[in-house]
Design a binder for this molecule. Structure first.
Ligand code: URA
Length: 213
């Protein structure tokens, strides 16, 4: 008997529209996988339709789930700082996630982030494809393994390919780098500084790639 809590996933079906607002509205109702049940809301991408750069992360976190906007929590703050240092204006970038609902498990009063699985990622992928179809960025930047594997496939390794401009099925120019939350997880200040600098170097490479014709 169905209890309403079963896990399921099937590909989302975005409407055929040329409007980002239309896509966002439709995504609000998305029930393509079970993640909508625990999430507060769909966190759709945000940014100008003519953005030269699209950044794609993994999934909204706790803050994003509550605010309904991507990358507004601690990872977003460090990303914003790095973008600024790399000469990229966040307001000119389109920011989104591979999965648009927060996946979490309760631990006491806390909501603990859970990695989305391949079926949840596949169910959400049509939304990312639709965003790419409308925005047509010059460069797609994948933040972390989930985003990079969504775009390049499961054998892709960010550690091996980071900072390189590659072509992918989803965008002619794509660059992968680490997820900004990995900077927050560094064991000490020295490694945090070192990894932050490497992240800025990758974002500078992104800026250069996005400004090429
Ligand atoms: N991590 C992500 O991957 N995306 C967000 O929006 C926030 C944190």
């Amino acid at each position: 008997m169905a209890t309403g809590t079963e896990e399921y996933a099937r590909p989302a079906q975005p409407p055929d529209t040329s409007s980002l607002a239309g896509l966002r509205d439709a995504a609000r109702e998305c029930k393509a996988c079970h993640l909508y049940k625990r999430a507060t809301q769909t966190v759709f991408g945000e940014g100008p339709k003519d953005a030269a750069i699209m950044l794609v992360g993994e999934q909204p976190g706790d803050y994003e789930d509550q605010e309904g906007k991507p990358f507004v929590g601690p990872a977003g703050k460090i990303m914003d700082q790095a973008l600024e240092e790399a000469g990229i204006d966040r307001k000119e970038v389109y920011v989104t996630n591979a999965v648009k609902h927060f996946k979490w498990e309760p631990r006491g009063k806390r909501r603990i982030h859970q990695k989305p699985n391949s079926r949840e990622i596949a169910a959400c992928r049509p939304w990312l494809e639709a965003e790419l179809r409308l925005v047509k960025p010059k460069l797609l930047v994948c933040l972390g393994a989930t985003a990079a594997q969504t775009v390049f496939g499961p054998s892709f390794r960010v550690t091996r390919e980071r900072g390189k401009v590659l072509s992918s099925k989803l965008a002619p120019r794509t660059l992968a780098t680490v997820h900004p939350s990995s900077l927050l997880r560094q064991p000490d200040e020295e490694s945090r500084q070192r990894e932050y600098k490497r992240f800025v170097v990758d974002l500078r490479a992104a800026r250069r790639a996005a400004s090429k014709e």
